[in-house]
Ligand binder design. Structure first.
Ligand SMILES: *Cc1c(COP(=O)(O)O)cnc(C)c1O
Length: 402
């Protein structure tokens, strides 16, 4: 997308606004399928929690994706967007048994990550095939917020508990049709991923009725200059070779699945804000924008560094700014960042705003959540209206004290 396109969207729809470039989603989707083009049966299950707008889901459906979901509401969004229930996997953690049963009743693939739930489910519904999520105990990145494969993680059934799984399967007569792992959002290199995949291949050999093996996600995309990025092409080549060997040993071909979220939508997204004021203190120049961590929490929550472009002054000279929001709470988006000179009312674009941005937005400070716009075929499409005051009071019931 050109910067002039972003500027006209800011003008037409107002700020703050989320913009998603459909063509970037498509090119990322094709990069992944191309990297695995030698695999006979490949399935990409888009992780809905990254960005769950119905139009984005429909666009991914058109590309051929299935869905990875973590709540019954995400399942219902997927069904509403027209997905076949059989192309949806449900990978919950800590949800009620009733929710799992209801989702299974819709014909969605169930993925279980808890021995006691597995046993209950197998006893009650031995005819419904399930996938199991294992924890391969691989540390994904340095940040414990996003490493979910390690020993204390609440996710997955430990690979050391495979004998328990096998006993439950035998006693209940249930069928395991898939094995799954998802080791976290920021695996740093292909080597670590391949190491973890070997553990999943070994696990898979214990189950004779598999239809698929699902490697979850963990593909890294660059946020700031110099960031490493998962080398998808190298990864595709190396895992394809390993997968083919596995299929030979297993005795037949099965489906290879991934659940990319961030990889597909992160770089497609831009968050556009307007500068309300420049505030010079004794030590810092603040640029205060018309948003806050209520709309865009990643910098505060994860320490993510999103690149910021001053769309209004692309040829200006660079100065240092601390970019902050307008809510009554520390909401720093960037500290002492070099940005083209900023004036009041300039439009700033935050990059990598497609994944885990709008879906984490809230109404804190009673602010309204932003609009969302999809850029497709050279045109902007409003795909979610900006909230209104009515949305804030909609479900409230006022007590009459008179
Ligand atoms: C969040 C999640 C994903 C997507 O992770 P990304 O880092 O966004 O690609 C995939 N699978 C499961 C089970 C998840 O919870």
């Amino acid at each position: 997308m050109k910067h002039s396109d972003l500027l006209s969207i800011a003008r037409d729809y107002g700020c703050p606004v989320y913009v998603y470039d459909a063509h970037k989603i498509e090119s990322q989707y094709k990069r992944l399928t191309t990297a695995f083009s030698e695999v006979t049966s490949l399935k990409l299950l888009y992780a809905v929690k990254a960005l769950s707008n119905l139009s984005v889901l429909k666009f991914l459906k058109r590309l051929g994706a299935g869905l990875d979901t973590v709540s019954i509401q995400e399942v219902n969004l997927g069904l509403h967007a027209g997905f076949d229930p059989r192309s949806i996997i449900f990978t919950p953690n800590g949800v009620s048994f009733g929710e799992i049963e209801t989702v299974a009743g819709k014909g969605v693939q169930i993925n279980i990550d808890n021995l006691s739930i597995l046993e209950q489910f197998g006893n009650k519904h031995p005819e419904v095939p399930v996938c199991i999520r294992v924890n391969p105990h691989v540390m994904a990145g340095g940040n414990t917020n996003i490493s979910v494969g390690h020993i204390d993680s609440k996710f997955g059934i430990s690979i050391h508990q495979i004998p328990h799984i096998l006993r439950i399967v035998k006693n209940t007569g249930m069928r395991i049709n898939g094995v799954h792992m998802h080791t976290g959002s920021d695996i740093l290199d292909v080597g670590v991923f391949l190491y973890a995949s070997n553990i999943l291949f070994e696990t898979a050999m214990h189950f004779k009725d598999l239809e698929f093996i699902d490697f979850g996600s963990g593909f890294k995309v660059p946020y700031k200059e110099g960031d490493i990025e998962t080398d998808i092409e190298e990864f595709g080549e190396r895992l394809t070779t390993r997968f083919k060997t596995f299929c030979d040993e297993y005795g037949r071909e099965i489906t290879l699945a991934f659940e990319p979220g961030k990889f597909l939508v992160s770089e497609a997204g831009y968050f556009l804000t307007k500068v309300n004021a420049i505030k010079q203190t004794t030590s810092t120049v603040f640029a205060q924008v018309d948003s806050g961590f209520n709309h865009f929490i990643r910098p505060m929550f994860y320490g993510s560094q999103h690149q910021i472009i001053n769309l209004s002054n692309p040829d200006g000279r660079e100065r240092f700014y601390t970019v902050v929001g307008y809510i009554c709470e520390t909401d720093t988006f960037a500290n002492n960042r070099k940005i083209k000179e900023i004036k009041d009312n300039d439009i700033l674009a935050f990059k990598n705003a497609g994944a885990y941005c709008f879906t984490m937005a809230s109404n804190y400070n009673s602010r309204l959540r932003p609009a969302e716009v999809l850029w497709y075929n050279g045109e902007s499409h409003l795909i979610r209206e900006r909230e209104s005051f009515e949305d804030l009071v909609r479900n409230q019931i006022e007590v009459d004290f008179d």
